[in-house]
Ligand binder design. Sequence first.
Ligand code: FAD
Length: 432
Amino acid sequence: MNTQLYAPGYKAKPYWWDHTPRPALNEVPLPEKVDVVVIGSGYTGLCASLETTRGGRHTLVIDAQDAGWGCSTRNGGQVATGLSVGYERLVRKHGKALGYAIAREGHNALAWICDFIEAESISCEFRRSGRFCGAHSLRAYEALARMYGRPPPQGLETDCHMVTQADLRSEIDSDFYHGGVVHPRHAALNPARFHQGLLTRAIDDGVSVIANCAASGIDKSGSGFVVNTTKGSIVTHDVVVATNGYTGHATPWLRNRIVPLGSYILATEPLSKDVIDRLLPHDRMMTDTRKMVVYYRTCPERRRILFGGRVSVREEDAHSLAPALHRQMVQIFPELSATRISHMWMGFVGFSFDRLPHLGRQDGIYYSMGYCGSGIALSGYMGMRIGQQVLGLAEGDSPLNRVRYQGRPYYWGKPWFMVPALHYYKWRDALT
Ligand SMILES: Cc1cc2nc3c(=O)[nH]c(=O)nc-3n(C[C@H](O)[C@H](O)[C@H](O)COP(=O)(O)OP(=O)(O)OC[C@H]3O[C@@H](n4cnc5c(N)ncnc54)[C@H](O)[C@@H]3O)c2cc1C
């Protein structure tokens, strides 16, 4: 190991897990019969289960690994409106009314998570930090200025403001960007603590959660289903699939529609307060306009920088990509060239082909997934909505129910096209 790159005590696991270890759940036997089985114990699954259990349905959440082992305890903690397709494109593709309603869902999700954390008193270092998106080129800056210069339709306002290159140092001590835009409503949280809070609420409200219990298949049976798992079979009236970027062979229809893509994060060793205060004076969540996404922030204690992104066109184990991710961080902050890495990890985000999240019901099975890398607010919000749909509540309806969830010919869950696609993105970033 290159000792100059890694801090003593280096861990190839999420920084968040140091303070919020993987939950030790009481061992409970697999029930024979429940009303609802939720597959996947991340934000989507837990928020769905909170609705169904509070609606009086005996609900079981199962996870193939520890509770919350997927993206929900690994992410960057940047809370945004989430949709990666802009309003104008939505309108072009889906018409004015549906396009607007879909765009609103991003805003609804952000408002929902802020209210939810407060209403449930979940202690997760949540704060309205705002989020800065840096322009990696002059053209990117001009494109941002054009996009945010047009007044948005009522209900889609973001209160954002442009930051010119001359004023850049008010946001970041770096020469890398040509200015950028600040979204003041966006927020920060500690993802593992948010998950822990959700898990505690769900269990306190009567949800059974069984870890290390992988669903291997779902069979139709009478008016319901039998879910086959590594711990046995369960008879249930309803099933919710909440496996997002980890969706596998148990649900082939969904596996053929979700594209898992690795996202990688490092944590630096502790830095001095002076350095942190200078590099990121407003302590916002940070990202930029490149297609090969990067995102970064300080940790809640404001001692380290957590820096994430897509560093390679191929999936590799997180540790082997640490040097490449470190180089990306140093491109933005040259003075961190000698700063060592204390943690390095990755997780699989779930993309859809149309870059929209999807929820609905197929062959009687409910699902919600495809948040395209920006799912903290969306996954909880849509998990809640799908839980309401299980209960048959009118408020569970989402405009995203009316968008067809499509796969692609010759796609069966292994994204063979990602290598050329990511090469193209790199080329675009260099050119624009
Ligand atoms: C490195 C990284 C950084 C990210 N940063 C951000 C960010 O800053 N902001 C943001 O908004 N979003 C971010 N995201 C995305 C966000 O974390 C996800 O969109 C969100 O957590 C999805 O939650 P989920 O519950 O749908 O899925 P997950 O949390 O991934 O949960 C899915 C679960 O399903 C389980 N599972 C899979 N198959 C089975 C089976 N057969 N049986 C039982 N269980 C199964 C898995 O074990 C897993 O625990 C990031 C993601 C990653 C990986």
